[in-house]
Design a protein around this ligand. Sequence first.
Ligand code: GDP
Length: 314
Amino acid sequence: MAFFSKLFAGLSKTRAQFDDSLDEIFSRETIDDDFYDDLEELLILADIGVTATENIIEGLKDDAKSLRIKSPNELGTHLAEKVREQMSTCEADYEFEERKSVVLVVGVNGVGKTTTIGKLAARYRSEGKKVIMAAADTFRAAAQDQLAEWADRSGAYLITGRDGQDPSSVVYDAVNAARSRDTDICLIDTAGRLNNKKNLMEELKKMNRIIEREYPEAYKETLIVLDGATGQNAVNQAREFKDATDVSGIVITKLDGSAKGGIAIAIQSELSIPVKFVGVGEGIDDLQKFDADEYVKALFYKEGYTKDADDEEE
Ligand code: GDP
């Protein structure tokens, strides 16, 4: 199945929460306070978050005023546009792909870090890039085995550590290998323990120091992986990690089947960090760059809609 179809199917539960209510709201006679209040409530219920919802409602009010829009139906087309504006990424968000870079991948256990690294490695390998994956999650033997499997599949070079070895020493080995082998992208899997924030901060700081010291010329990217099915909790996790380290991008996994797919908007707006990738399954092709346009369509458009048909209309 093509990626968009998976995203569209994956967000069906989220979309189902909107479908009838959005229709009802946008088919009303007049734009009044009730209209805005009901729309606001609906967006908040769909996990879009308070900040993003307020921005969207304000944007709609501005449009209604400046464009003299009188009918809710007409304003409806502006809703998707507001979300799209909020979520758009730019070329600079993916600069790490163009440079020799070290990508630290953080997030709590089980969100899909290792899988995401595997998929990214496969993606960059297929573009002919030299890739190193480093298993700095030395607390979980399974994570090392999992990465080894992805390394086999993608042809990426793998750096591992012994069980319980200091994760930073794996980072040390990885960045030195990346430098000496003239590697394009070095992807580092980290342990996802959040039970002790101080330790986490110290560990991430240490890793950053090592990267900075051993490979100062590398472009540094820190991606946080969040489980798109966990709703508000994902926003809290992102906040904790943002406090601990400079997070430069967000990956949202498990958007296949999530009833909380609106959370991508909440996370992006609460933290002002762009969502750069989304995952819609466990397969090698199930991770793609975030596309605001596709996301909005998958979130708001009804069943029966196909992207191709829409593209032809445009
Ligand atoms: P980690 O502990 O953060 O490294 O998480 P893992 O990479 O081990 O992933 C945990 C589980 O989530 C595994 O079973 C993955 O196959 C699964 N997973 C990862 N990404 C996705 C996704 O986008 N969709 C679905 N359905 N499962 C995923």
